[in-house]
Write a protein that binds this ligand. Structure first.
Ligand SMILES: *Cc1c(COP(=O)(O)O)cnc(C)c1O
Length: 502
């Protein structure tokens, strides 16, 4: 007689390993992680990698038979890690990039191990409650009203997209939801400054609002939206038969770190009945730093706020966040009836579903890493680290102002600094347009040489038409000393490129 026992299985397979094997994999991986965090300050920041060389080592046909974990970890260690840019290096100042925290990496492991999926409360009761808690903490950090609510998203671009979808729905209603953007009789208008992140334009294109209907408002000398120009644009568009429905303010632009005058923009939004969205993806968490806090006056009046915990909460990607001042106003844009979304719970907290507030159905348990990082470090330590980043940017600006061979191209905004190197011939007297172009080209070559050398990393920006070396301090490891090393590294790169033939 043969019988198949329901517990009969391979007790230790690749898909279903034994506890011992799981412990072994975990120990090896965590050993690597501890060593990496210790070594990251001394690694060359950017890899000397080519796509061809990486493919040569990595590409292979789908393997039919499995391989040992140790072998795969060796590929990770020997190919993937050296072929990666080390965003956790204290002198990686490119773009807007967080270092990650160790506790968040562990939280990601735990979240994946639990494999919680968070479309709705009933799918993951405690994880959903933890997401509410983490969102409440973020609301508190921003000074939002207790009635506000929100959710984590894959990133800031998705948060901006979701906010514009909610704003459009409030203005256009069910007609456009049912029949598409063409069902709306008049062109819509979104207002934002010339400094705004392109994800706003992308969202407008994807939502059928149209990129051309994103009206860019000029900025003042500090790269902040000119609110009088905003009012003029709204009046002009209304007179021409267009429908202004949304204004997007910046709380930390990516080029210069400018924070728009949020309270003034909120007053305009109220006056004209516009949805006010604030893109605070980069800057929002700086409200935890006392020296930056006054910049955020008016933030809580916004109808929606985008944030990126995978920026200034220092978390590893991915984690964006969207806060609605009135979540019920957003709900209509996303709620949809389907058999699998029918809710049987009667307690409203238990009938809650994130799918009513954004486009996603299945959702990762991102809240765990947010909650663990904030609960483990405490808001004071996070605020202190952000304050330290602001101080580093100001220190860099002071060093630049005190040296003849550099000049700032914009005042430092939050933790972003834009500057350039000046060759000896450009340090005194006036400069022609041709001189300016030569300085642009020189700085571009300096940036490439700096990135290649690997000790410091800057990206570039265009500031008033000039090529800027641009940096953003977004790392709890970065110190004032790192800013001094950065300038020495830039000088070394300048010597190197001026020694070469131009
Ligand atoms: C980073 C950023 C975005 C885009 O966020 P992702 O998480 O990269 O999608 C949008 N706006 C601002 C101001 C940003 O800094």
């Amino acid at each position: 007689m043969t019988s198949i026992s329901p517990v009969a299985r391979d007790a230790d397979s690749a898909l279903d390993p034994s506890p011992e094997r799981i412990r072994e994999m975990g120990a090896q991986a965590v050993d690597w992680m501890a060593a990496y965090h210790e070594a990251v300050r001394d690694l060359p920041i950017a890899p000397q990698a080519s796509a061809a060389a990486l493919r040569e080592v990595l590409a292979e046909p789908l393997p039919a038979e499995g391989r040992d974990f140790t072998e795969l970890l060796a590929v990770f260690r020997d190919v993937v890690v050296p072929g990666s840019r080390h965003n956790g290096h204290p002198r990686f100042f490119g773009y807007v990039s967080a270092p990650g925290t160790a506790v968040a990496a562990v939280a990601d492991l735990l979240a994946s191990a639990l494999n919680a999926n968070l479309p709705a409360w009933r799918s993951a009761p405690a994880p959903v409650e933890l997401e509410h808690v983490a969102i409440d903490w973020i609301k508190e950090a921003l000074g939002c009203d207790p009635g506000a609510g929100g959710l984590f998203t894959s990133g800031g671009s998705m948060a901006n997209f979701t906010a514009l979808a909610a704003a459009r729905h409030r203005h256009c209603g069910a007609e456009v939801a049912a029949h598409g953007a063409a069902a709306h009789p008049a062109p819509l208008r979104v207002y934002t400054s010339t400094e705004t992140h392109h994800s706003i334009h992308k969202a407008a294109a994807l939502l059928g609002i149209g990129r051309a209907n994103v009206r860019e408002i000029p900025v003042d000398a500090g790269f902040r939206m000119d609110v009088d120009a905003l009012v003029r644009a709204i009046e002009e568009d209304r007179a021409a038969g267009a429908e202004p429905f949304c204004v997007v303010a910046n709380a930390g632009t990516v080029v210069t770190g400018a924070v728009d005058p949020l309270a003034d923009i909120a007053a305009v939004a109220r006056r004209y009945g516009l949805w006010m969205h604030v893109d605070a993806c980069y800057g929002g968490f700086a409200r935890l730093a006392p020296s930056a806090r006054p910049l955020f006056d008016g933030l809580a009046e916004a109808d929606s706020i985008s944030l990126d915990p995978h920026k200034w909460l220092y978390l590893p990607a991915d984690c964006g966040c969207l806060i609605y001042r009135d979540p019920e106003a957003a709900r209509a844009a996303f709620t949809l009836d389907a058999d699998y979304t029918r809710v049987t719970q009667t307690d409203p907290a238990e009938a809650f579903a994130f799918w009513d507030y954004g486009p996603d159905l299945s959702r990762r348990f991102r809240a765990l890493k947010v909650w663990m990082t904030l609960a483990h470090a405490g808001s004071r330590a996070v605020g202190d680290a952000i304050e330290g980043n602001l101080d580093c940017a100001r220190h860099l600006a002071a060093l630049v102002d005190a040296s003849a061979d550099f000049e700032m191209l914009a005042p430092p905004g939050l933790s972003i600094f834009c500057f350039r190197y000046l060759p000896p011939s450009a340090r005194t007297g006036s400069r022609s347009a041709a001189d300016e172009e030569a300085i642009d080209r020189l700085n571009e070559r300096i940036m490439v040489a700096l990135q290649r050398a690997g000790s410091s990393y800057l990206s570039n920006a265009s500031v008033n038409g000039r090529f800027a070396l641009r940096g953003c301090v977004l790392n709890y490891r970065t110190t004032r000393r790192d800013m001094e090393i950065l300038l020495d590294d830039v000088r070394r790169a300048a010597d190197e490129v001026t020694a070469e033939a131009p």
